[in-house]
Write a protein that binds this ligand. Structure first.
Ligand code: FUB
Length: 327
């Protein structure tokens, strides 16, 4: 029997896990993380050290309940179009089917986003033969709205290659904006009802400050880096993301799922380890932040562990900032 889970502790310790996307399916909390491997890799800004090969699905009956590892749900060898690096996934439910969305490099080394399906939230998942047409970059997050419409948010800088898609086609030499130029936003596209294809060409989401001005690329405390997540609270859409080089989780809000989003503040201050990546989910009467850090591995950036804690709102709808080591 697995141990009970505790807030701010790794939810499993027998494997390294990261990038948790948490959802409530069939009355339980299901977590779709990356599966970090316990191997040594060259560490660089291209993210070569994040060389993952499969996904495991985790679940918890309730807060504090033991976390169940449902085993290998999808492996790189079974994805016809992918060559390496299974990075941060997400999952959604529609059409009596569970969909696992995941980024990986294609045979040309370009990050694309694929889909795999299952009758069970725990998998195993059966991958589509090719990636989603028109998809690129990393970190898909799929939000299913109350009206049944589904949107995929995605994109990441540096190793995530978002800079290389500014013209709509892949340019391996393209550099991102800098200084006072507007930063790059995540991309969004509504999904077709089949959940396997985009209904529209993905476009950039604008994240602005309180004056309506774009967050500049040089503002690394606030600009978008990777790991988007969208949830809805009191009629507002909350877009949260990692600031990458400043290691924070921050958020912006909008009345429209496709933006523009207005920057609000910090959700989580830096964790141990370079990356920070999260999801936000309501379970029963509480909201939870699922996140990761590298404390279990003694600080190895590519050996991370998923944790959770409670997320609280102020009366005005703003989110209370969380210190991962003192909350
Ligand atoms: O886990 C690999 C990459 O690291 C993810 O895709 C990013 O969000 C960062 O957490």
């Amino acid at each position: 029997m697995a141990d009970a889970t505790k807030r701010n502790e790794p939810i499993v310790k027998h494997i390294y896990t990261a990038d948790p996307s948490a959802h409530v399916f069939e009355g339980k909390i299901y977590i779709y993380p990356s599966h970090d491997l316990d191997h040594e890799q060259v560490s660089n800004d291209n993210g070569d050290q994040y060389d993952m090969e499969d996904y495991h699905v985790l679940s918890m009956e309730d807060e504090g309940a033991p976390c169940v590892d449902h085993g290998e749900a999808l492996h790189l060898r079974d994805i016809p179009w992918a060559s390496q690096q299974l990075w941060a996934p997400d999952a959604a439910y529609k059409n009596n089917t569970y969909y696992l969305f995941f980024p990986a490099r294609d045979k040309d080394g370009i990050f694309r986003i694929g889909v795999a399906t299952s009758a069970s939230p725990a998998g195993p998942f059966d991958p589509q033969p090719d990636y989603i047409p028109g998809s690129f970059s990393i970190d898909p997050a799929v939000f299913v709205d109350d009206d049944g419409r589904s949107y995929m948010y995605f994109g990441g800088l540096w190793g995530g290659q978002l800079e290389k898609w500014q013209t709509g086609t892949f340019n391996p030499d393209a550099k991102g904006p800098s200084g006072n130029e507007p930063s790059l936003g995540p991309r969004v596209a509504e999904l077709n009802d089949d959940m396997l294809t985009f209904k529209e060409t993905p476009f950039e989401i604008s994240i602005v400050d309180g004056n309506g001005d774009p967050i500049p690329a040089g503002d690394e405390e606030r600009r978008y880096f990777e790991g988007p997540w969208v949830h809805k609270y009191n009629g507002y859409y909350y877009l949260s993301y990692s600031t990458g080089s400043t290691h924070k989780l921050v958020y912006a809000i909008s009345k429209n799922p496709q933006g523009p989003y207005v920057y609000q503040g910090t959700i989580l201050t830096p964790v141990i380890g370079w990356t920070t990546h999260h999801s936000i989910v309501q379970f029963k009467d509480k909201w939870y932040l699922f996140y990761h850090d590298s404390s279990l591995s003694g600080g190895a950036d590519n050996k991370r562990s998923v944790k959770y804690t409670e997320l609280k709102y102020n009366e005005d709808g703003t989110i209370q900032t969380i210190d991962p080591y003192n909350n």
